[in-house]
Design a binder for this molecule. Structure first.
Ligand SMILES: CC(=O)SCCNC(=O)CCNC(=O)[C@H](O)C(C)(C)COP(=O)(O)OP(=O)(O)OC[C@H]1O[C@@H](n2cnc3c(N)ncnc32)[C@H](O)[C@@H]1OP(=O)(O)O
Ligand SMILES: N[C@@H](CCO)C(=O)O
Length: 383
């Protein structure tokens, strides 16, 4: 078992830019030379993004694809688990030779989000003065995160992405790319996301943040060095349990677990139902691989998501998009409901933009239904 991330945040080398011939999936870092000006009018110095690439960048640099991960994802979208990669690639079925993102043809770039904890700068990172950011880490928005990713694209020499694709929180950033930098996005695939976080999404996310910041081990976010290994794990676990229910569908939970008791446990004697044990398992796994401060930072950024802010509203913002776009809903998603993807599709110019991924699994369908998502990737890339 690995240590909880608040004691074991990887401290990678200062930088390591992609070079022709690099092995696929090797994690690399790009460091921004100047502080990043944030939407909040603060500045974030020392920005570094971890990223992985697969395939080769063509001489004309026209074959680059940007894949953007969801809340607890990372740059390891393809390939097996291994050193530095606690989980196998979360979209392994989509990326590789002969797969929908065929790496014999496409150059796939997957950055870890700014504010995260899998190599990019976040609350567990060191500030320029050598102390950890902790609770002093600035409030971020999706726009700040995309601004950082645009710096990475510049550094890689990619003026225009052949495709920007993401689901859930990754979809929010993909949308922000297409609205704020339309000339840099040739095609766009948005999965299980929304134009603006709704009251209910903010509510669920707000409860998760509250669970973490009310944990006595939160210490105002400055827990990383205060008592190593004793961060707000209970709060993070509670947040994950709640979130995970929203990631799956009610019929699925009923069909899989119903009222069954967990093996050798009796609910009448204080034991758990199977579904409770299942949520405990997902909470334990997340607590071992994810930093609570990053979870708070990213969740607050998702709540800030409103692509229409300062742009005359959502409809006006969506009209800025020039990419060939597809928007896909998961039919059983109760967190980012299909009506929200219908609104997105209707707002982007051009007909027939909306697709449906059929899945019993709810919101997590965008991670699990790789066959259907792969077909959409092929479609938006033009066959
Ligand atoms: C973009 C990203 O999210 S990248 C990172 C990958 N994503 C995540 O880790 C997010 C959290 N996890 C998930 O969202 C989902 O597990 C997915 C989408 C990754 C996979 O979903 P599924 O394949 O349907 O897995 P499912 O949700 O059924 O969970 C299976 C796990 O629950 C465990 N489990 C099932 N029933 C029980 C039970 N009664 N008690 C305890 N554990 C149980 C299984 O043993 C299995 O454990 P393992 O993952 O350690 O092998
Ligand atoms: N399972 C996904 C859901 C959020 O979209 C994650 O943890 O990132």
């Amino acid at each position: 078992m690995s240590a909880a991330p608040d004691t074991a945040v990887p401290l990678p080398p200062a930088s390591g830019a992609w070079r022709e011939g690099d092995p696929p999936g090797r994690r690399q870092w790009w460091a921004r030379a100047t502080p990043l000006a944030l939407e909040s009018e603060r500045e974030l110095p020392g920005v570094r993004l971890a990223y992985e690439t697969w395939g080769r960048l063509a001489a004309d640099r026209g074959n680059a694809v940007l894949v953007l991960h969801a809340l607890t994802g990372d740059s390891h979208a393809a390939g097996p688990a291994g050193p530095g990669h606690p989980t196998a690639g979360w979209w392994d079925g989509l990326i590789g030779p002969g797969r929908p993102l065929d790496t014999d043809r496409w150059f796939v770039v997957v950055p870890n989000v700014l504010g995260g904890c899998q190599g990019s700068t976040g609350p567990a990172s060191l500030r320029p003065d050598g102390r950890r950011w902790g609770g002093g880490f600035p409030y971020l928005t999706q726009r700040d995160q995309v601004a950082a990713e645009a710096g990475l694209a510049d550094a890689l020499g990619i003026d225009r992405w052949a495709l920007v694709v993401g689901g859930s929180m990754g979809g929010m950033r993909a949308l922000e790319w297409a609205v704020s930098r339309p000339e840099r996005v040739r095609s766009l695939l948005l999965l299980a996301c929304t134009a603006a976080a709704t009251a209910e999404q903010i509510a669920w996310a707000g409860v998760q943040v509250r669970a973490i910041v009310d944990d006595p081990n939160w210490r105002g976010g400055d827990y990383h060095d205060a008592s190593p290994g004793h961060g707000p794990h209970a709060g993070l676990g509670l947040a994950r349990r709640l979130a995970h229910v929203t990631y799956r569908s009610e019929p699925e939970l009923q069909a899989r677990f119903g009222r069954a008791a967990q093996d050798h446990e009796d609910p009448a004697l204080g034991g758990r139902y199977q579904v409770e044990s299942y949520l405990d398992h997902h909470a334990d796994k997340l607590v071992r691989r994810f930093d609570a401060g990053a979870y708070v930072t990213l969740t607050r950024a998702m709540n800030a998501h409103d692509v229409g802010r300062g742009r005359g509203g959502v409809r006006a913002a969506l009209r800025r998009i020039t990419a060939t776009a597809l928007v896909a809903a998961v039919d059983s998603d109760r967190l980012y409901r299909p009506a929200q993807q219908a609104e997105l599709a209707a707002g982007i110019s051009g007909a027939d933009r909306l697709r449906t991924v059929r899945s019993p699994h709810g919101h997590d369908g965008f991670l699990l239904e790789t066959g259907q998502v792969g077909e959409l990737v092929r479609e938006v890339l033009g066959g």
